[in-house]
Design a protein around this ligand. Sequence first.
Ligand code: FES
Length: 353
Amino acid sequence: MNLPALETGPNTRSADEGSPSLLTVPTPHVPAPDSLEREVLVRRVTVEADRVISIELVAADGRRLPPWTPGAHISLRLGSGLVREYSLCGDPDDREVYRIAVLDEPLGRGGSHELHDTAERGARLVIRGPRNHFPLVPAERYLFIAGGIGVTPILPMVRTVAAGAVDWSLLYGGRSLSSMAFVDDLMSICGSRLTLVAQDRMGLPDIVGFLSGADTATAVYCCGPTGLIEVVRQRCREAGILDSLHLERFGPAPQAAPVDAPTNTERAIDVELRRSGKRVTVPPGRSILHAVRDVLPWPSSCEEGYCGTCEARVLDGVPDHRDTILSEEERAQGDCMMICVSRARTPTLTLDL
Ligand code: FES
């Protein structure tokens, strides 16, 4: 998928605010998940690489778009009704336009292929968000690792850190140079801080070497396919810096909980949908999402806990989080959950639906 969605995680690390070498980053904007649906128009479509296009979106009503920070994504409802998540890869200071990049995956779940077929100037789409579960945290040093279309959330991040005074580097790998989007942009932003690895000529990227100098003052950001993420995660675990690792996935984590499959600790949940005045009972083995949809339409995309489309605000009760998006800090706050996979630690839950 094209997302750059979403296992985000861990780790919003607290940093030494007195250090002059820390990057100052804006507070991530995480708006209410259900209140931001809006119509947009396609302003421009650009071929960025083999099977990769970028799409610029402007508000259909001509207004400025909501603010966002690097790492944010939007949900896009396509003409067919499919909902897909895409990272924003433009300029956060430009409130007139959102830019996303889309890899055409003919064997994917259909969203990217539909966008490649139908996105043209003037086309009308519906978005929700932006939301950010992959925020840039303050750190003394940054190491960015991007694989393929996973470069999209990383691009605005390196723009931001390049404007500061911290140390940083980017390792960007892809199948071939012609398949890698935004190479020219990155070369001009990064200069010698960029390592490009076209695998058809250079083999696999040297993750171990790239991370060799990382310590607990380093924030490591990685977005890309599962194989890349697992190598990076393993290396960070061995180096004792797993808490410094921030991830965004294209697909479910290998250990992700199966959807609609009961565990031996599961019990029925009584779910109140406060705004609509409805109530549903969710039996073991059924997702909250599917039970909610018996009485109320609610969007979803991956239904495996990694994209964020089904996020719902929690008003009461304690969620049992089984997604791979929310950080430990977000989980501790307990005010939102991914209802496609997560359940409840309390017999009842109240959602803002
Ligand atoms: Fe993707 Fe729930 S997290 S639909």
